[in-house]
Design a protein around this ligand. Structure first.
Ligand code: FAD
Length: 404
């Protein structure tokens, strides 16, 4: 493959994983990130299945284990904070995984493992693209112009370069939910167990311990698709405060924390379905191309598997067109599987009425019953069952076989 000078846009999980593998295969890689520094916010994510296999091959598994969030399992509580059911980490029904890490810690580990070999540029983004015979000319918001052989977009769900590079835009499948993540001070009611509380009016609270002595909160609730779009951070805070005030559980504590939060992340929960993942010399990976949403619990798997396969195909194919085609053919079936959500989401797990809530809590309290296992599948327990869902070829071996 002759096209060696590559620009990746987005430095979160997909971008640096892709950079790692491309660098290992001899490519010359630059990453541009719109934020002025790494964005280290977010809750626990799990490294399992393909992501775990890739992390082992990258030699970062030990570092991930060292940053374990120390969560012991999951507790379901009522809005009066009364225990309904408990699923320890070892239980097949718990959403707590073996390699549980804060999203920000994983981003930092991926950055640290690439910084020596990859050129990182922060606080800049792409404003224009022009393909020419031997490459793609990129204009940045800083006014700089540089030509690359290929551009790989890893900008997440709201990618702006996708709009510039692709004629056909993705469709967004809104799941009827908005979610907010924020770091809050640890309170006496917090422990090494996560607490899940279904409150009324379709609100779900999840408080999880982290490895820094604070607590990671998520607030997810049902809403209309465009109810809260285009808001400033202050407006987002006001909306959240209004929505959760007086809803029980620890809503008043969260109201206070929201008002002083410095890392609030608030967005719609939508899946991204892109008709094409490449156009000319540009390809997309991760949430920008195929976000499955946090509900599916596959964001890290998809981002890391997509990065591994795209890098491997670029390494072993004769040209980038063939590489992009192979990457899409290998990843599409896996993405379809990951994006398939059980029927009933969000209505069953985000009940609006007191009765719906009582039924849900009663079902969860009958630990081990069939309906409980079914409900727990929504909360992530099913993720433990599936170890490998996509084949990860040994590209170095493939390359050797082709050259011999
Ligand atoms: C701040 C933050 C917090 C998150 N918290 C959680 C969480 O708690 N739980 C969960 O399941 N998922 C969370 N996610 C999403 C999760 O990271 C992804 O679902 C998944 O890991 C796929 O990663 P990705 O690299 O494809 O995209 P993302 O993780 O979304 O990263 C995209 C990166 O591209 C950058 N970017 C965006 N636009 C541009 C541009 N035009 N030019 C250059 N760079 C750009 C962004 O700043 C970001 O660093 C969070 C994402 C972010 C950005």
């Amino acid at each position: 493959m002759k096209n060696k000078k590559i620009l990746i846009s987005g430095a979160s999980i997909a971008g640096p994983t892709l950079a790692y593998w491309l660098n290992r295969y001899g490519f010359n890689v630059t990453i541009i990130e719109r934020a002025p520094e790494l964005r280290l916010g977010g809750q626990n994510i799990d490294v399992k299945g393909p992501a775990e296999k890739i992390a082992i091959q990258m030699g970062i598994e030990k570092k991930i284990r060292e940053k374990n969030t120390t969560e012991m399992g999951q507790r379901f509580v009522t809005k009066q904070n009364k225990l309904i059911a408990e699923f320890s980490k070892e239980s097949a029904l718990s959403m707590t995984q073996e390699l549980e890490i804060l999203r920000g810690d994983l981003v930092q580990i991926l950055y640290d493992s690439t910084i020596a070999d990859v050129n990182y540029i922060f606080g800049d983004y792409i404003t224009n693209l022009k393909e020419h015979e031997s490459g793609i000319a990129v204009t940045f918001s800083s006014g700089k112009n540089t030509s690359f052989d290929l551009l790989l977009i890893a900008e997440g769900i709201g990618s702006s370069t996708r709009k510039i590079a692709f004629r056909k835009q993705p469709t967004f499948k809104f799941l009827g939910l908005y979610t907010a993540y924020l770091t809050i001070a640890k309170a006496p009611s917090d422990s090494q167990w996560s607490r899940w509380c279904n409150a009324e009016k379709g609100i779900v609270y999840l408080l999880r311990p982290d490895n820094y002595g604070s607590t990671r909160a998520s607030i997810t609730f049902t809403a209309l698709e465009h109810e809260y779009t285009g808001l400033s951070i202050e407006e987002q805070k006001n909306v959240l405060v209004k929505r959760i005030s007086g809803s029980g559980f620890e809503s008043e504590r969260l109201v206070e924390e929201i008002q002083k939060s410095k890392d609030l992340y608030f967005d719609r929960i939508s899946q991204v379905n892109s008709p094409e993942w490449s156009e000319g010399r540009v390809a997309m990976i991760g949430d920008a191309a195929y976000c499955a949403t946090p509900i599916a619990g596959k964001g890290t798997d998809l981002a890391m598997a997509g990065a591994y396969i795209l890098a491997g195909e670029l390494f072993t194919s004769d040209n980038y067109q063939q590489a992009f085609e192979n990457y899409e053919n290998k990843m599409r079936p896996y993405v379809s599987k990951c994006q398939k959500l059980p029927p009933g989401i969000p209505k069953i797990v985000y009940p609006q009425s007191k009765l719906g809530l009582r039924i849900l809590n009663t079902v969860i309290s009958i630990v081990g019953s069939k309906p409980t296992k079914w409900i727990m599948g929504f909360f992530g327990a099913d993720r433990k069952k599936i170890k490998t869902e996509i084949e990860l070829p040994d590209y170095t071996l493939m390359r050797q076989v082709v050259s011999n």
